[in-house]
Design a protein around this ligand. Structure first.
Ligand code: UDP
Length: 323
């Protein structure tokens, strides 16, 4: 009989990490979730405590990583991931993408495990090519405020490829585009949680700039399916995982007002430095090589996500800052 597969998920108590814990458990894996809880939360994984196939280790992967026993797969998802988080924690963001990735790749080598890196559409920066294909090298300002995240992830990709080429480690790189769904933090500062919170409280929605900048939002279930398929594939070059359905931020704000049935207005705030003007994945590679494409329409995903945010807004009440 084949022994049970064992996966380590770094950042496993975060938004995407915790959904990955659920998915790999349901696929029959033994899952070790590692997180320093800097931006992750035990609330995202508390339903798994008591499951004998699940372990949680509170640890910062920028320090030496030790895991007992064998590992077949490592999903490296540890990192602050919202612009506000990485502006507040620039050094941790750089460290987890660089030192953390190095440590976790070292563990993959030690355990002879397959390694999957959570990379990002931010490697394309403020893109001059549209939509973005994997062979586009990007337009990143290394010393801008967002550079700490973008460059950390670009370094992480370079390190991953070096371990693949030099040490022969089996590696996978997912370039993840904006994703939304349950377990995002209400106050992580990203457009979706902010707009949901503001709309549900009847406060004005804060659109940055004139709102003409675009994003392409992927529902979390679609994203997790893409990651799972990539982890089971033999593709070592980066693969875009995202939804090509592109929307301007102003239309996105209007959509959230409509779906929540809110009477909120829209107010305009200054556009943050280096905020990308356009973003849309070219997913022909994922379609052809993974047989994957997103299935959930933006309206349907938003309605599903609204259920989660209603509870979050109720639970936090009015005691915190009201916007
Ligand atoms: N945004 C906005 N209002 C907010 C938060 C974000 O208009 O309260 C804009 C932000 O400037 C960006 C887009 O929404 O153009 C998506 O921002 P998010 O932080 O969700 O992710 P990003 O794609 O920029 O990493």
């Amino acid at each position: 009989m084949q022994s049970q597969k064992r996966a380590l998920i770094t950042g496993g108590a975060g938004f995407l990490g915790s959904h990955l814990c659920d998915r790999y458990l349901s696929e029959g894996y033994h899952v070790i979730c590692m997180d320093n809880l800097l931006t992750g939360s035990e609330r995202n994984i508390e339903h798994l405590f008591g499951n004998s196939n699940f372990e949680f280790i509170k640890h910062d992967v920028t320090n030496y990583v030790y895991v007992k026993g064998s590992l077949d797969l490592i999903l490296h998802f540890a990192s602050p991931a919202s612009p506000i988080d990485y502006l507040e924690m620039p050094i941790q963001t750089l460290k987890v993408g660089s030192l953390g990735t190095h440590k976790v790749l070292g563990l993959a080598k030690e355990k002879n495990a397959r390694f999957l890196l959570a990379s990002t559409s931010e490697v394309y920066g403020d893109p001059e090519v549209h939509p973005q294909k994997e062979n586009y090298w990007g337009n990143v300002n290394p010393i801008g405020l967002r550079g700490v995240y973008d460059e950390a992830k670009r370094f992480a990709e370079a390190m991953t490829m070096a371990y693949h080429r030099y040490h022969g480690i089996e590696t996978r790189i997912a370039r993840i585009f904006n994703t939304y769904g349950s377990r995002m933090r209400l106050k992580d500062g990203r457009a979706l949680p902010t707009f949901m919170r503001q709309a549900l409280r009847g406060n004005p929605l804060t659109v940055f700039g004139d709102g003409s900048q675009s994003r392409s939002f992927t529902y979390v279930d679609d994203l997790i399916e893409g990651i799972f398929r990539l982890s089971q594939s033999d593709i070592s070059d980066p693969v875009n995982i995202g939804n090509p359905e592109e929307v301007s931020i102003i239309d996105f704000a209007r959509k959230i007002i409509e779906i929540t049935g809110s009477k909120s207005e829209i107010v305009y705030k200054p556009l943050p430095e280096d905020d990308p003007k356009i973003r849309q994945p070219d997913i022909s590679k994922a379609k052809a090589e993974l047989g994957w494409e997103p299935k959930v329409k933006l309206d349907d995903g938003l309605r599903e996500t609204l259920k989660y945010f209603k509870v979050q807004v109720q639970n936090t009440g009015k005691d915190e800052k009201t916007d």
